[in-house]
Design a protein around this ligand. Structure first.
Ligand code: FE2
Ligand code: FE2
Length: 282
């Protein structure tokens, strides 16, 4: 069996100089190590390409799932594509770099802890993680606007040609569910998604209204249904390990420089496979 480790990282946000340097420091421990990148590499096409090319040149395999920031049509990005066209252009860029995306056959990790199917997912969010007290998406959004906690996606993440971000999410969920159902039933999986698949990790958000931009109830049982050995996510910028229904969930975000200053230091790469020995986890 091959050796090596499967590492994960997310939310590099490389527009920040300090984060760019952290990304430049990411190196494998051996020639057989893989890296999963769970979204929010950056906003501009050029930045995302820079980071993924660098990492693809170092790790045996790089697997990417998009974050909301890659999908922004940023006013300062010469690449002005929107919605599905933007996503497809990102997938095209990844393919040119040899980076695997949610549109490619899921790779199988052959190393220690394997064989495990590594599935990068793109399922977005549908506002179903309602703000406290809200009964509908509309109420939830109104409460967010009233409290001033509104995700920038509302202005920069366009769903074209879908009528809404939640419609795009539902289409992605249906498509992804079929792909996951077709995975070899003998294989366990590592599910890689920018959002946490279950709502629980969002319960500690400082602003609970923000949860509506953090996932969908439609994926609530995917970690058990699709035999997850681990779920890797980012987006919340609260790096930690939790368990839900006995399944390991790893938030692997680097986050913004100011967020790191208020936290105990933690290495930028997180070992997913083989399962790090308890107490010695990266
Ligand atoms: Fe992020
Ligand atoms: Fe994000």
């Amino acid at each position: 069996m091959a050796q090596g480790k499967l590492f994960a990282v997310s939310d590099q946000h490389v527009a920040h100089e300090e984060n760019r340097r952290i990304t430049e420091s990411l190196r494998p421990e051996s020639d057989e190590d893989w890296l999963v990148v769970a979204g929010d590499v950056g906003e501009k096409f050029e930045d995302v390409g820079w980071a993924l090319e660098l990492l693809a040149g170092r790790f045996a395999k790089v697997v990417w799932a998009p974050g909301n920031h890659e999908l922004w049509t940023h006013p300062r990005d010469p690449a002005a594509l929107r919605g599905v066209e933007r996503y497809e252009a990102l997938v095209g860029m990844c393919r040119a770099l040899g980076v695997l995306t949610p549109e490619d056959p899921y790779p199988v990790w052959p190393g220690p802890g394997g064989p495990v199917t590594v599935a990068p997912l793109f399922v977005l969010y549908d506002y179903s993680f309602l703000a406290p007290g809200a009964r509908t998406k509309e109420e939830s959004l109104r409460m967010a606007h009233d409290s001033g906690i509104v995700c920038t996606d509302e202005y920069l993440l366009h769903p074209d040609p879908f009528p809404s971000r939640d419609a795009w999410c539902r289409a992605r969920v249906a498509l992804t569910e079929q792909r996951l159902a077709a995975v070899d039933p003998e294989h366990r999986t590592v599910l890689v998604n920018h959002y946490p698949l279950v709502r629980e990790p969002t319960r500690i958000l400082r602003h609970p209204e923000f949860a509506q931009w953090c996932g969908t109830e439609l994926t609530a049982d995917w970690h058990t249904r699709f035999r997850a050995e681990a779920v890797v996510y980012g987006h919340l910028h609260i790096p930690r390990s939790t368990r839900h229904d006995g399944v390991r969930f790893e938030e692997v975000s680097i986050g913004y420089p100011r967020e790191r200053r208020s936290r105990p230091p933690r290495g930028p790469l997180h070992q997913i496979l083989p399962h790090p020995v308890r107490g010695a986890a990266a």
